[in-house]
Design a protein around this ligand. Structure first.
Ligand SMILES: Nc1ncnc2c1ncn2[C@@H]1O[C@H](COP(=O)(O)OP(=O)(O)OP(=O)(O)O)[C@@H](O)[C@H]1O
Ligand SMILES: [Mg+2]
Length: 250
């Protein structure tokens, strides 16, 4: 991890990324994507936590994990992080919306295997903000996990969790435990979200079964769907998505 002066970063030489869903300002050059923290969305204590843990990612060597390589400081304050820019990529959500969930399913399954790899890489990683806008796929069909600054790593708990997950946990009276099981829940919630275009609380049994006729993999997920929806107070233990599906899904 390289530490640099924010004042020496010449934004005029970078291109602003305007067409992506993002709460921070993003710029790119040929190699890197620069994220400048927007204090209206990320509060100072969160940036401070990111600052304290960020160098821990240096020792994580997973080729699908896009980790910050440069940090830009204004005095003691972390203002910006830069990670490899993955060219010609789009998020899993974009892909599923543009081309359909069936089209994106292989990538989603691949991502669920990578989620397990992350969890078991030995660094006590918890994603926290686990959703399909934080996973991208490039034009060679390679899946990457991005937006890692908010991850939990070693003794740090994740800084963020998805709104969908916190809404669902409140609704179900689930105790919030920012652990790997929460990531597995969030992953499945993202999938149900993209399939039904609504959150799990508003998906009825009938709509579920009807959709399962079109997207048959949903039949293999019916049990976890019911577990999630009808187990109040205790968060059920969730499998990784790939564990639920037969080896080759058409
Ligand atoms: N390394 C990268 N290569 C290519 N595209 C990227 C990369 N990092 C981020 N993006 C694109 O920018 C978007 C926003 O990035 P990211 O999730 O890191 O920002 P964020 O500020 O945390 O956004 P949010 O708070 O909305 O989650 C991603 O959904 C993706 O489309
Ligand atoms: Mg993000």
């Amino acid at each position: 991890m390289e530490k640099l002066e924010f004042n020496n970063l010449n934004l005029n030489k970078l291109q602003e990324l305007k067409d992506v869903l993002c709460s921070n300002k993003l710029y790119i050059d040929n190699e890197y994507l620069y994220k400048i923290f927007n204090l209206e969305n990320v509060d100072e204590s969160q940036v401070d936590e990111i600052k304290r843990k960020i160098s821990l990612f240096d020792s994580v060597n997973l080729d699908f994990l896009v980790t910050p390589e440069k940090c830009f400081y204004d005095g003691d304050t972390l203002k910006c992080v830069a990670s490899k820019f993955i060219k010609s990529s789009g998020t899993i959500n974009d892909l599923a919306i543009r081309k359909g969930v069936s089209y994106a399913l292989d990538n989603i399954i691949d991502a669920s295997k990578k989620l397990r790899k992350l969890h078991y890489c030995g660094k006590n990683i918890v994603v926290g903000d686990m959703h399909f806008d934080n996973i991208i796929v490039d034009d060679k069909n390679k899946v990457y996990f991005i937006d890692v600054e908010g991850y939990g790593i070693e003794d740090f708990k994740p800084t963020f969790i998805p709104n969908v997950t916190s809404g669902f946990y409140d609704w179900m009276n689930y105790r919030q435990k920012r652990d790997i099981n929460m990531d597995k829940v969030s992953f499945l919630l993202s999938l149900f979200g993209v399939v039904f275009e609504k959150n799990i609380m508003s998906i009825g049994e009938y709509a579920y079964d009807e959709k399962s006729e079109q997207l048959t993999f949903l039949k293999d997920l019916k049990e976890v769907f019911e577990d999630l929806k009808y187990t109040y107070h205790t968060v059920p233990d969730m499998p990784y998505l790939y564990e639920l599906l037969p080896k080759k899904v058409k």
